[in-house]
Design a protein around this ligand. Sequence first.
Ligand code: 7RM
Length: 653
Amino acid sequence: MADVTLEALADEQRSFPPSPEFVANALVTDSSMHDLAAADPEAFWAAQARELLHWDRDFTTTCEWDLPFAKWFTDGQLNVSYNCLDRHVDAGHGDQIAFRWEGEPGDSRDITYAELLAEVSRTANALKELGVVKGDRVAIYMGMVLELPVAMLACARIGAAHSVVFGGFTADSLRDRINDAQAKVLVTGDGAWRRGGIVELKQIADEAMAETPSIEHCLVLRRTEQEVAMQTGRDVWWHDIVPTQSTECAPESMNAEDLLFILYTSGTTGHPKGIMHTTGGYLTQVAFTFKYVFDIHPDTDVFWCTADCGWVTGHSYIVYGPLANRATSVMYEGTPDYPAKDRFWSVVEKYGVTILYTAPTAIRTFRKWGSEFPAGHDLSSLRLLGSVGEPINPEAWIWYSEHIGTNRCPVVDTWWQTETGAIMISPLPGATVAKPGSATFPLPGIGADIVNDDGNAVGIPGGGYLTLTRPWPSMLRGIWGDPDRYRETYWSRFDGRYFAGDGAKRDADGYFWLLGRVDDIMLVAGHNISTTEVESALVSHPAVAEAAVVGKTDDTTGQAIAAFVILRAGHDPSDALVAELRDHVGHAIGPIAKPKSILFTEDLPKTRSGKIMRRLLRNVAEDEALGDVTTLADPSVVDGIKGRYLTTASDED
Ligand code: 7RM
């Protein structure tokens, strides 16, 4: 990590107040909730916990803070699946659709709350039959089929913790995660559809299970229907054991601090971190943020989060947040470009999606493909748009607002992490005046601040390290099996504060701007320059779809900026364009931020959840070995860039 404080350079000041039409029906339209929470954050969260959830036993303490360990609502008891299913059915909403599922090949299925409750109960009984008891861990390795949330909720129902492993991970990754958590059962499928082809889930799972002694049984869903090997005694078909179970399965009353799930995040060293989330605090903040950030009206909204359930975004905003709020959600199995580049927009039109939550990487890709794809569909059902996963470049924000939101829909840029469990910094869409590229303000009840190297608050305006100043209900409770790493990673850099690893600044109006991971900050001639600001300046040029910049060792300036640029449809690489882009950045930010070299590329190295991996580009720029590439979505991308970088990247000046 660079031992520096960030000097923020660019200052974006366009502002977008919510439209009067949106405000007319919004849940929050002023600062009263922020004010209430600021007066007594703990009392605020206690009130939310009681208002949003059903507690089998009420809690008497709100937050116990023994830094860095926090407990919320400790003596309260509740069940997550009861809160997501039974209470809605009991209240007469059994016929409401919970998920409108769209398969990649074009098949589809609606499932009501009553049907989902029955399916979850049967699956919970099946897991019990396979020997799962309260306190066990269950690994889940599936594509985006309805049975994936069903399996998660079935675990929650019986008090087993789930560990969902993204269905695109390798056998080695799956094996390591199963072994770290000592999972007893693995739930998987024969295969998953991906762009018309089959991901051989069971075959990969078999390879993993060759070295996972803790696994006693593997429950296998039939989806793609190719032949798979089934090991007698260990492997069981879903359709043989689930449908025959009883639909009665009493939800286990859990303590608020019982483990709900483990979710692995890669981290900088090879060994993945098992981030732990517990029951009461997690569900409280997830339910709260889902309701107010997305302004949910459960009787009329159709919500669609395009993430995969293998990421925290899928846990919190496909499964637990929507179901706790009795929302109707779309769940989609496939990719945005299959069978054609308008698939997302045909899904929005088909289901009348009102709220869309997606990632900047997708938005930049849609902008690159061209506005004719969304323009060919009726998107008038949309009323609110969200973004998560990376900083959203102002230009991409504006494109999203114009071409998807047709200038009617507020955009909420939501900052949070696997570790935070739920959204932390975000507009409240009916109350906050947005600025494109800014996540705006911490949500009610959240304490965030920006500090310098010495841990002192930098004030307003100012840039530095983003920290969280007090515990929040859905904060991680630790790293599975490694309390020292937990303390070291998050709580040792700044005394008494959680360090998120992100750089940020506040502008003169106090708006928060996320500036990228601090490990990526560049030091050019004594100036600390954020990757986000230079990339956003590049993306604001009409020829540029996407950009990634890194610092490369330089004899005169210490580091020089090396840029990797993807062009939009209809633009071609040329030396003239290189010069134009360098000038463009110079005008937008200042001469110091001009990239020294620019390489045009078709692709950038990204994680499987779509985040640009600048570390690998840095290695390319420095002509170094690549190091760990296990989290890379497509390893061939870096080799391609590397080959071309070494032969064509011209250092200017
Ligand atoms: C939800 C998720 C966390 C990291 C985080 C940031 C980056 C996420 C935003 C963002 C700027 C945003 N969890 N990040 N959202 N940066 N603006 N709205 O992505 O654990 O996978 O990643 O993602 O660097 O620390 S995550």
